[in-house]
Design a protein around this ligand. Structure first.
Ligand SMILES: Nc1nc2c(ncn2[C@@H]2O[C@H](COP(=O)(O)OP(=O)(O)O)[C@@H](O)[C@H]2O)c(=O)[nH]1
Ligand SMILES: [Mg+2]
Length: 166
């Protein structure tokens, strides 16, 4: 069986949403920052077991609070929400509360995971631990990722795909 699921990425500008999407879909990474304008779609099929696969359609949405003044047009119909923060940027960690608050009422049944991105910056690992502790009751999974090294990225999407099968 193959099912298709819409996944949306949420989080501040520069936390690594586009890099995570690119690492996931194309297994590539760039150090250059290129702001996302509007929305970009990525797609990849994940095998959850030998008979089942999930086609993940990833909506990489421009970050920043001001842009998503009308978020419903992007998030409508989302089956999974991937929240992303940058462990070297405390404000991006605090702002997870904000992104959670704008979607939690509208999408109570959507699977929600939190990515603690830029985990290759090991000097910030205590910030990552604090964030994991702070948000542990809000998410189905919290995962340390690095779009730069690839750590945790494919695993995160696989966990999400697996959640759709349960
Ligand atoms: N060290 C490190 N840098 C990253 C990582 N992910 C993204 N970046 C860098 O952070 C900047 C912003 O990334 P981008 O994906 O455009 O963020 P977005 O605005 O959330 O889409 C870029 O310069 C990336 O190269 C990561 O895991 N580790
Ligand atoms: Mg982007």
């Amino acid at each position: 069986m193959r099912i298709s699921k819409k996944i949306c990425l949420l989080g501040d500008e520069s936390v690594g949403k586009s890099s995570i999407s690119t690492r996931f879909a194309d297994d590539q990474f760039s150090d250059k920052y290129k702001a996302t304008i509007g929305v970009k779609l990525f797609q990849k099929v994940i095998n959850t077991n030998k008979d089942d696969e999930v086609n993940l359609i990833v909506w990489d949405i421009q970050g920043g609070k001001e842009l998503i003044s009308s978020p419903q047009q992007y998030y409508r119909g989302a089956h999974g929400l991937i929240f992303v923060c940058d462990i070297s940027n405390n404000e991006s960690i605090e702002n997870i509360n904000y992104y959670y608050s704008i979607v939690k009422k509208k999408y109570p049944t959507a699977k929600k995971i939190l990515l603690l991105n830029k985990s290759d910056l090991t000097e910030y690992s205590s910030s990552a631990q604090h964030a994991a502790q702070k948000y542990k009751d809000m998410f189905d999974n919290i995962i340390n990722t690095s779009a730069k090294t690839g750590l945790g990225v494919v695993e995160a999407f696989k966990l999400l795909a697996q959640e759709f099968m349960t």
